[in-house]
Design a binder for this molecule. Sequence first.
Ligand SMILES: Nc1nc2c(c(=O)[nH]1)N[C@H]1C(S)=C(S)[C@@H](COP(=O)(O)OP(=O)(O)OC[C@H]3O[C@@H](n4cnc5c(=O)[nH]c(N)nc54)[C@H](O)[C@@H]3O)O[C@H]1N2
Ligand SMILES: Nc1nc2c(c(=O)[nH]1)N[C@H]1C(S)=C(S)[C@@H](COP(=O)(O)OP(=O)(O)OC[C@H]3O[C@@H](n4cnc5c(=O)[nH]c(N)nc54)[C@H](O)[C@@H]3O)O[C@H]1N2
Ligand SMILES: [Mo]
Length: 653
Amino acid sequence: MKTVVTACTRDCPGACSIIAQEKDGRVVKLHGNPDHKITDGFLCKNTTKYLENFFYSPQRVLHPLIKRNGEWEQISWDEALDITASKIKKVIKNHGSQAILYYQGFGARTALQSMNKRFFNLLGGVTTTTGTVCGGIGHVALEQDYGVKIPHNPLDQLNSDLIIIWGRNPAVTDIHLWKILKKARRKGTKLVVIDPVKTRTAKQADSHLKPAPGTDHYLAMALIKIILKKGLEDKEFIENYTKNFTSYKGLLDKYSLEFLSKKCDVSVNELKELALSYALGKPSSIVAGWGAHRYRHGHLAFHMMNALAAICGNIGVSGGGVTQGFEEYEFFDQSVELDDPGKARKLPMPKIGRAILETCDPPVELIFVASGNPVNLNPNSLIVKKAFEGKFVVMIDHFLNDTSDVADLFLPATTFLEEENLIGSFGHSWISPINPVIPPQGEAKSEFEIFQLLSLRLGLGDEMAGTPTKWLKKMASPILDKGVTFEELQNGPVEMVPAHEIPYADKCFKTESGLFEFITDFKDDKLEGNGDGVIDENFPLHLLSTSPDKWVGSVLPESEIKNGYLEVQAHPLTLKATGVADGEVALLESLFGKLEVRVRGSEDVRCDFVLAYKGGLMRHNKNINVLTGDILSEKGEGAPYYDTRVRLRNLNS
Ligand SMILES: Nc1nc2c(c(=O)[nH]1)N[C@H]1C(S)=C(S)[C@@H](COP(=O)(O)OP(=O)(O)OC[C@H]3O[C@@H](n4cnc5c(=O)[nH]c(N)nc54)[C@H](O)[C@@H]3O)O[C@H]1N2
Ligand SMILES: Nc1nc2c(c(=O)[nH]1)N[C@H]1C(S)=C(S)[C@@H](COP(=O)(O)OP(=O)(O)OC[C@H]3O[C@@H](n4cnc5c(=O)[nH]c(N)nc54)[C@H](O)[C@@H]3O)O[C@H]1N2
Ligand SMILES: [Mo]
């Protein structure tokens, strides 16, 4: 039995370090690696079952495929690469390199994927995406207020008196963070959840506030008003380290506490209780998730969380702060990607379908998708599908999915058990090695090799030549400069920022003023509706579509892929008002599409929204994104999925 250290590359903050066991040429078991302080020697149930559900699944594609007359046919790598290279040449000759769209999803975020970008830059600059369908909206606020966004090490949460888990469901989406938070609770830390849904996390917390969707900024403003009224603010911090406090107070003065409480639909008593415990916690921390991002004005929620932390002096102290995502490429030298050669064009990821359809001069002719399933996971997926249908689409993936339904060529990729790579994380600051446990299954190739082979066919071979080790060493040079050897990096996970290094501990901020900067104003007349300030009364309910427990993104185990209906949850009063019975199939409609769904009555949700999971397959009529609107957030070029308004109708009405 041989063991190899590798890491999970799936779209999750864990990026777990794994010890894989190999016997007779087969990977037989995956264990968590105890040499990682955050992922700490255990794996989620999805990864524990990775071998049977995904790696050795008969559904995994192990040979290049081409679609002929609507059917997939196996072809050789030579043929697949020749076809791809000649398409690239032809499109560049007839329309220029901008007519190629490179779409990189979030299915894996490894270091060597920078080489994909290098390849497309070497072509002369292609069309890529700007903005994101993941975070982004709140990041703008964090960067504006602090200068740069720096989260606290998850282990620093153990030093908190009180933790607000804000728009995040770590019991499902980040089990290692959840384990740390539960440990903090056992030591006496109070856990408060702010979420419109009574999630698995909320059920195990000390208290739970259930605001109306998209109203977190009002909620935070209410907390701040109460704290200021009681004189519990940290005057020293405000005076010495912040800018715009007077204007910010002026902004607060425009709203009464009763108004704010009504807006977020949380009682003044509950607000007072949380305000006091947050202000008296020495320190208190905010662990924010992706829920509050997914609104057109999601940046305001983050501005106000930041303001709350600043008012109480909870910035720059151990156990404090506002922690959101980490940057997975932060520690790598990304100059291998090369600079934009000047001709690169960018289309907004949250509106990718519409943008492709509207783009001309030159129009998009060839689309390359790597580790993404935009036809499933991007908003308004019917428009995305329509836009992709007219183009030649090449994709690199492990499985056929909704995007492969509109693809022409499928190139099978290796996984983290078959390739050499490195990976950062969006949940902590560790870098983990990815090492091949066994040779690639079937004819799968790493993305790195695929782009090398294409570059040889396009006369760019010299620019992409070399082993993965050569390029990884170059990308890891900032890490090697810190005294870590490359061998250490290959042998096991490395912590880049220790828990005792506290963000903004010197109280110096990278803003222009060098101070923490409060937001000074916002207009709340256009915050509602489908992005235009107008609420169409025909579509009274928000549509929330969150991360499922049983799968990650849109990669479902076979047991979850079945016919039937997408299940959604609605409050019993919503069912009563719409004449839909618990368990019944009903029609869910938005301005963008309609879907038959099975409705479950649940007290865990509020009356003003319907709750579903992301990632169900379109071909089984379970893709929630046929309903979501492809609008852009006010800031940050993000996707405000949860602003989509829907109505629920009895099928017989
Ligand atoms: N309605 C709704 N939609 C959402 C969200 C939501 O909350 N609600 N969440 C959004 C968020 S947060 C995100 S990040 C996006 C994710 O959106 P995507 O990144 O587009 O989707 P995923 O399903 O995570 O992954 C895409 C593909 O990557 C493939 N893949 C996995 N590993 C590898 C690999 O090593 N190599 C290659 N080549 N392929 C690989 C998988 O098989 C999968 O088909 O979805 C967004 N969409
Ligand atoms: N098992 C599993 N784990 C995953 C993923 C997965 O698909 N499956 N996806 C991964 C990805 S790509 C990401 S980005 C992360 C996301 O990680 P999380 O942010 O933890 O998860 P989400 O389910 O996207 O949304 C978080 C919560 O926000 C709440 N919410 C919705 N609207 C509001 C609001 O207006 N205010 C507040 N306060 N809360 C609101 C939702 O009810 C939900 O419980 O998870 C990752 N982990
Ligand atoms: Mo995400």
